[in-house]
Design a protein around this ligand. Structure first.
Ligand code: AHM
Ligand code: MG
Length: 333
């Protein structure tokens, strides 16, 4: 089998579809290289002294793990010097990170969740990195948080890496979704799945059911109907999976369908859900839509939401199209 590397894929994609200019290619390759470094650190585990908790909290008031901080630093350092970026933003940093003056400024802006699935780090369950790429607004001089306030439909690229039994990188630049597997011996990303497609129907759902008593009525109705199985209104049995790493749950859905939900609930009424719009929901929604799936906040298309805050939270319903449409209809009724 002829192996296609990430670099070859990006070059050919630019030649064929003119969709990946050189600066964006550099950006994607740099992010992919950083993910390789993170994968290496994750793989060392206790031997690399990377497990456990740091003594700090992030802007969301969550206790940071050592690997959260390390992964954030790896991504920042890798992306500062290339001249492809104007600024970065991350789940682990309160405000945006402009490119230091000593480097040239580029036209893209990068957002990331450096290590998604933090609760799984110390127990050797799949975790990952999520990233989203926006273009800097025309005429931007000094980047500010306001420049990042662009709807998800403005993303020019998005992707995630999963550090699991295999390390994979899933990528879209708006022309379908492709998956690359890290060849650990050669240190290279090899194209292993072209044009991933999410089947429109599914019998599998993912939600943290321990929050059931806090759900809003449309979510309770939707889940109850699935749980009623073959004798209920849906007329079929469903299966449930919850990895507690969005990257891993989404990766399963890209491979065999399913719906992933993290609704808003009554636990913390002033927080609309747990997941963050700009570096979790938006990149995943771009990927899911590019693979033929759908993504909403329960009421409207995720990618059309106009962000107002960098760390804004949002309810998430994404995956197989017909299921996302059904639960969204329940919210609208
Ligand atoms: P993180 O970015 O701090 O790791 O939090 C996001 C994660 C998602 O990956 C996952 O879907 C969710 O939180 C799990 O939440 P819960 O602990 O409620 O199961
Ligand atoms: Mg996360």
């Amino acid at each position: 089998m002829k192996r296609v590397s990430l670099t070859q894929y990006l070059v050919e994609e630019q030649r064929l579809n003119n969709s990946i200019p050189a600066e964006l290619r550099l950006l994607i390759e740099v992010v992919a290289r950083a993910c390789k470094t993170i994968s290496h650190a994750v793989g060392k585990g206790a031997l690399g002294e990377v497990l456990g908790t740091a003594s700090t909290e992030n802007i969301q008031g969550e206790v940071q793990k050592k690997l959260d901080i390390l992964s954030n630093e790896i991504l920042l350092e890798a992306n500062e010097w290339g001249g492809h970026l104007a600024a970065m933003a991350s789940e682990e940093m309160e405000s945006i990170h402009p490119i230091p003056n000593r480097y040239p400024m580029g036209e893209y802006m990068l957002l990331f969740d450096p290590l998604d699935g933090s609760s799984n780090i110390d127990v050797n369950v799949s975790i990952g990195t999520i990233f989203s790429v926006l273009k800097a607004p025309d005429g931007m001089a000094t980047p500010t948080e306001k420049d990042f306030m662009q709807a998800g439909n403005k993303q020019v690229a998005a992707g995630y890496a999963v550090y699991g039994p295999q390390t994979v990188l899933v990528l879209t630049t708006g022309n379908g979704v492709n998956c690359f597997t890290l060849d650990r011996e050669m240190g290279s990303w090899v194209l292993t799945q072209r044009n991933m497609q999410i089947p429109p129907d599914t019998k599998e759902y993912a939600i943290n059911a321990s929050n059931a008593r806090h759900w809003q009525p449309p979510v309770t109705r939707y889940v109850n109907e699935m749980q009623a199985g073959v004798t209920g209104p849906r007329g079929k049995d469903f299966n449930m999976r919850w990895i507690a790493s969005m990257v891993a749950d989404v990766h399963r859905i890209l491979n065999r369908g399913g719906i992933f939900m993290y609704p808003a609930d009554a636990r913390e009424p002033d927080k609309p859900g747990k997941l963050r719009l700009m570096y979790e929901a938006n990149p995943m929604s771009f990927i899911v839509e590019q693979a033929g799936g759908a993504s909403t906040d329960g009421r409207q298309r995720m990618l059309d939401i106009q962000p107002t805050k960098l760390h804004q939270r949002v309810p998430v319903f994404l995956g197989s199209k017909n299921e996302v449409e059904l639960v969204t209809r329940y919210h609208q009724e």
